[in-house]
Ligand binder design. Structure first.
Ligand code: CTP
Ligand code: CA
Length: 224
């Protein structure tokens, strides 16, 4: 291997990544969503593939192109995302970047809801399955390394530490999305890598660079 050959430390490894928002139907023409662009998750999938991994990317609806060399499964809702994640396992590492909708409409209408001249409709919400928590707590076939993301606007590290404990994952990439730093959908990211042993503060980086650094950390963690 020549000196200029890119490092491929994940050859032979399987990596699962979730990315993008989810869309939760209200009726056949309307949905609830969020501002996730999928940029960071797609960049992680691309970086893992470049590092030699077999990558499955489970993506909600995004405007990003499918990353080259990645097996992409397109889904809409949180429940579809959970199903696709279960199908994609086993994996050596799983990175949950998706901004999964916390709630869905309890009874999505089968026909378009019409204005009926009187009161506006009321939407009843129910909680979606927590995909990261579900995979983190699998007793059989849990990926060796489970990484969550946490987008926070305040108390970033405290909230991330609480999430790490609550969900049972191995790492949380805490993502500062306060208006002065992050802003969801932007090109750069200010993150802190929270693990059982401590917190690494990374400088504000391009999302591709965050992805490459995270993939390098994952490769180190998976090294026998
Ligand atoms: N996540 C998930 N399934 C959900 C909700 C969240 O897999 N139903 C994952 C996200 O992909 C992310 C992590 O959990 O990796 C944290 O998501 P976040 O929205 O920050 O955490 P929540 O537990 O939903 O807490 P809150 O939104 O109230 O801050
Ligand atoms: Ca949430």
């Amino acid at each position: 291997v020549g000196r200029l050959e890119p490092a491929r430390p994940l050859v032979g490894r399987r990596v699962l990544v979730t990315s993008g928002p989810t869309h939760e139907p209200i009726d056949p023409v309307r949905y609830i969503a969020n501002r996730s662009s999928g940029r960071q998750g797609h960049a992680i999938a691309r970086a893992a593939a470049e590092a030699g991994a077999y990558v499955t990317l489970v993506s909600g609806p995004v405007a990003q192109p499918d990353p080259p060399g990645v097996h992409v499964v397109h889904v809409e809702s949180a429940r579809e995302m959970l199903e696709a994640v279960e199908v994609a396992l086993p994996a050596d590492a799983a990175v949950f970047t998706a901004a999964v909708a916390d709630w869905r409409v309890a009874d999505a209408a089968e026909e378009k809801i019409k204005k009926q001249g009187t009161a506006a409709p009321t939407l009843t919400l129910v909680e979606n399955p927590d995909i990261l928590a579900h995979v983190s707590r699998m007793t059989k076939g849990r990926p060796g390394l489970v990484v969550g993301f946490a987008a926070e606007t305040e108390h970033v590290i405290e909230h991330a530490k609480a999430k790490l404990a609550r969900k049972g994952c191995d790492w949380i990439v805490a993502n500062d999305v306060s208006p002065e730093t992050g802003i969801m959908g932007g090109l750069s990211n200010t993150v802190h890598l929270v693990t059982a042993t401590g917190v690494d503060d990374w400088p504000t980086l391009d999302k591709d660079e965050v992805a490459r650094r995270l993939v390098a950390r994952i490769a180190t963690a998976l090294r026998p």
